[in-house]
Design a protein around this ligand. Structure first.
Ligand code: BGC
Length: 446
């Protein structure tokens, strides 16, 4: 069956996603304060070839052309994030009117083009000043974050209805506070568990703050998820897979749904209790209007006595000799089907929106064109899996491609290209890839 947007019905939102630090550039323009990413990229041996987001796609100065390009590709839903330190250069305290003005212009021009904004409030770029006060390890962050959220909703809520509180909390707490490979580069279990608990409190609190100011808002939050499978059908691998599942897929959704942390399947999580205060269990819960699911691949898990705490490891795609993307992730579109079924099975789960999905491949410009059949095939196959889940009754309401423009891929710098639109960084020229033309066609009204 040939799918197009109409197959999914009128109330299904199709769009693209981006994040402030990955595209905006203008890192110190108009009074923006430094974020933890502005600082992290200056450290040695952290980012591929010492790349940084100082200029990135220069979206801050080019958003008019870029939004117009989006419009020409028939994209009518745009998920972007707000940079906290553009609004509050020090994280708390004085508000930057110029920062507010930028997002006002962005929102207004989107609406003028008939593009609905979907705003993520936190996509990993914490104001550096707040990191100096402990960042996500400091419990006060719940209130700092709530204050910032209230400013955004007060200023933009008359035009923005769709909000996402956090982007992938497991990634910013895991990579940023356990492994130290993302900003702010901190390590260890204590940092990770404290950051996790405070992020879980902030995700619920952020939702409450939005609703208290804007009752008719549509509020969600987003999770990184990967379908997990045991390497071999033996008890040890199955048990290891269960633990990894608790960590990768359940850690943030379950407290939000009022089920608490998945400590039964991941004993180490008991140690999070030392950061909990009376009433926290209740405060972790919030009824979101939707859940944002973000999926890129699956993970295959093996028991490993050498991995401390978890006793489990990922069997990498390279080792399994399967097809891979430029991130060395397995190409496995069926993962999204399993994830959708899994999330949909939770009692009282609200509708699900895929707020990110996409693939990085080595793109090249030839005769002024970028032909990327692998990305097109990946998107088509994934969307077919979304359709399969929808037909089986999964409450799914939208799909956003990651991403619109090639951009700064965090620790990997600019080398993995995820965009529907190619960016030649030295000249800032944009070239629509064949996948971008394919998506435009998929989205055209028949
Ligand atoms: C993040 C994006 C990132 C993408 C691809 C997600 O984890 O939200 O910021 O670029 O995956 O790695």
């Amino acid at each position: 069956m040939l799918l197009n947007k109409d197959t999914f019905g009128e109330d299904f939102s199709w769009g693209v996603s981006t994040a402030a630090y990955q595209i905006e550039g203008a890192h110190n323009q108009d009074g923006k304060g430094p974020s933890i990413w502005d600082v992290f990229v200056t450290k040695k041996n952290k980012i591929f070839q010492r790349h940084h987001g100082d200029i990135a796609c220069d979206f801050y100065n080019r958003y008019i052309d870029d939004l117009y390009l989006m419009y020409k590709l028939n994209i009518r839903h745009y998920r972007f994030s707000i940079s906290w330190s553009r609004i509050l250069p020090k994280g708390i305290g004085e508000i930057s009117q110029k920062g507010i003005d930028f997002y006002n212009r962005l929102i207004d021009f989107s609406l003028e083009l008939g593009i609905t904004p979907w705003v993520t409030l936190y996509h990993w770029d914490l104001p550096h000043e707040l990191e100096l006060k402990g960042g996500w390890v400091n419990r006060d962050i719940r209130d700092w974050f709530g204050h910032y959220v209230s400013i955004c909703v007060q200023n933009f809520g008359d035009r923005v209805k769709n909000w996402m509180v956090l982007n992938e909390p497991l990634v910013f707490t895991g990579a940023g506070y356990f492994f130290g490979v993302h900003a702010p580069g901190r390590k260890g279990l204590d940092n990770f568990l404290a950051a996790t608990h405070h992020a879980a409190l902030a995700q619920a609190y952020g939702g409450k703050v939005i609703k208290s100011i804007q009752r008719d808002s549509y509020v969600g939050t987003t999770f990184s998820c990967s379908h997990v499978e045991p390497f071999r059908m033996r008890e040890k691998d199955i048990l290891a897979t269960k633990k990894v599942d608790a960590l990768l897929n359940r850690l943030f959704i379950e407290p939000l749904l009022g089920k608490g942390y998945p400590t039964r399947d991941l004993k180490i999580l008991h140690r999070i209790e030392k950061y909990m205060q009376p009433g926290d269990e209740r405060d972790l819960k919030f009824d979101m209007d939707f859940i944002g699911v973000q999926n890129y691949t699956r993970e295959v898990i093996q028991y490993s006595p050498f991995v401390p705490l978890l006793k489990a490891k990922i069997v990498h795609a390279k080792k399994r000799k399967v097809e891979m993307t430029a991130m060395n992730w397995e190409v496995y579109p069926e993962s999204i089907y399993h994830i959708l079924k899994k999330f949909n099975a939770y009692e009282n789960i609200p509708p699900i929106i895929i707020t990110e999905n996409g693939a990085a491949f080595q793109d090249e410009v030839q005769d002024g064109r970028v032909d990327d059949p692998k990305r097109t095939a990946y998107l088509q196959q994934t969307i077919a899996q979304v359709w399969r889940a929808k037909q089986e009754g999964v409450k799914i309401k939208g799909y956003f491609v990651w991403t619109f423009l090639d951009n700064f891929e965090w620790a990997e710098g600019y080398h993995p290209r995820f965009g529907l639109v190619y960016v030649d960084f030295p000249t800032q020229q944009r070239i629509i890839k064949t996948s971008g033309h394919w998506y435009a066609d998929f989205l055209s009204t028949r």
